[in-house]
Write a protein that binds this ligand. Structure first.
Ligand code: ADP
Ligand code: 5GP
Length: 194
């Protein structure tokens, strides 16, 4: 009898901007045992220096993004900041899962809650928490990718987002990076081997 390949699972990593999602994902994705494949989101924001279309995001115009919504091409989307849309392409999730690999999503807090709700036990949702709001602001400042106004906007939103952490399966505090990476890896390992 032919063996049927098991579909991959979903790992959702959510947090306020600047908490270290990308940094943690870039580390854990190197662990081949976890068979993780990054879900590339669609966004209407401008690429940052060094970001590439089809690698970090699918960068698109607001009109193209709206067309993708109308055509039901996104499994979820949010206007994360005024005028800036982000969404998860259905094709990414299907492509990765059908290869038998696990999908890792870097998405905002509301998006994370929505995806968990849609996929239930097939998804593990992890909330990355900053040690404090002050540390979060410092990290955004030292990343140097956002204007002072955008940093204020992101920090102001963080309070509301942290209040949603109880809706996630697990919480990891990103104080020391190596500890947070290890903890996240262990959670994922237990989930995918379940
Ligand atoms: P996010 O993807 O959640 O927006 P990033 O991964 O870009 O956050 O991290 C924001 C900034 O904080 C980056 O400059 C990153 O190098 C730094 N950073 C991440 N984790 C830590 C940590 N544990 N300690 C110190 N700096 C960190
Ligand atoms: P950034 O502009 O810093 O790359 O991302 C801003 C926020 O948008 C982050 O919290 C990031 O996780 C979130 N984000 C990225 N892709 C998606 C997505 O596909 N859907 C949702 N809901 N949020 C996303």
């Amino acid at each position: 009898m032919p063996t049927v390949m098991k579909k991959g699972k979903l790992v959702i990593i959510s947090a306020p901007s600047g908490c270290g999602k990308s940094t943690i994902i870039n580390e854990i994705i190197k662990n081949c045992d976890l068979k993780l494949e990054f879900s590339i989101s669609a966004t209407t924001r401008e690429p940052r220096r060094g970001e590439k279309n089809g690698v970090n995001y699918y960068f698109m115009s607001v009109d193209d993004f709206k067309r993708a919504i109308e055509n039901d091409e996104l499994i979820e989307y949010e206007e994360v900041y005024p005028g800036r849309f982000y969404g998860t392409p259905r094709s990414e999730i299907e492509r990765i899962r059908n290869m038998g690999r696990n999908v890792i999503l870097d998405i905002d807090v509301m998006g994370g809650i929505n995806v968990k709700h849609k996929f239930g036990d097939e998804a593990l949702s992890i909330f990355i928490q900053p040690p404090s709001i002050d540390t979060l602001r410092q990290r955004l400042e030292s990343r140097g990718t956002e204007s002072p106004e955008a940093i204020t906007q992101r920090v102001e939103k963080a309070g509301f987002e942290i209040a949603q952490s109880g809706k996630f399966d697990k919480i990891v505090v990103n104080d020391r990076l190596d500890v947070a990476v290890k903890e996240t890896e262990e959670l994922i390992k237990a989930f995918i081997n379940d």
